[in-house]
Design a protein around this ligand. Structure first.
Ligand code: IMP
Length: 191
């Protein structure tokens, strides 16, 4: 079984590559731009994106949409995470959080998988908090300001450890369970 991972983000490709190799699923990276509709629901963004990709004749692929949802900012940046990352960046987020008592946040990752003519959509979550400053050089995006254990940021842990607890790792595990139920994957994932 071979799946195309459709994304422009090399950080995500590295995380998927490791997880899928453990499942015995071959992975191919495909850059194919598609529209992300304006809605506060990640799974709606994914579902509409999948419709567009299928209409272009592409099958057997996965897409994902993820975001950082910060409690004290009413869930911002959420579905606007990519835009917030590009414009205000991690420093801007830290500035918005200046003096915030509640630093709770969660990453969410919604994966849409088109495989053997079927569609599976799952959402993985990782709860944590926003640090006071940027730390670490691993990973990408908001990794330097997000901690799941209150000590190390996602940019301070190895990719294997991040995959074991991250929103994307959790979404991949949910996807694997679905693939196994349908007899489309043999081994279990340990992302
Ligand atoms: P998208 O899913 O590519 O649209 O990602 C939305 C935004 O969230 C991007 O700016 C990413 O950098 C950020 N993001 C998504 N997943 C992660 C992650 O695992 N770590 C850090 N930032 C992430």
């Amino acid at each position: 079984m071979k799946l195309k991972v459709i994304t422009s983000n090399p950080g995500k490709v590295a995380e998927y590559a490791r997880s899928f190799s453990e499942l015995g699923i071959e992975m191919e990276h495909l850059r194919l731009p598609y529209d992300e509709i304006q809605t506060s629901d990640l799974s709606e963004v994914v579902s509409k994106g999948m419709d567009e990709i299928v209409s272009k004749g592409v099958r057997d692929f996965i897409v994902d949409d993820s975001g950082l949802f910060i409690d004290s900012l009413g869930g911002f940046p959420g579905v606007w995470s990519a835009y917030a990352q590009k414009t205000i960046g991690n420093r801007g987020i830290l500035k918005l959080m200046d003096g915030a008592g509640n630093r709770g946040a969660e990453f969410r990752c919604c994966i849409g998988c088109d495989i053997a003519g079927e569609r599976i959509i799952v959402t993985g979550i990782c709860k944590g908090s926003i640090t006071d400053s940027e730390r670490g050089s691993e990973g990408f995006g908001f990794d330097p300001i997000f901690t799941h254990d209150g000590e190390r940021t996602f940019a301070e842990i190895p990719i294997e450890e991040k995959n074991r607890i991250s929103h994307r790792g959790n979404a991949i595990r949910l996807l694997t369970e679905e693939l196994k139920k349908k007899g489309l994957a043999e081994r279990s994932a340990d992302p």
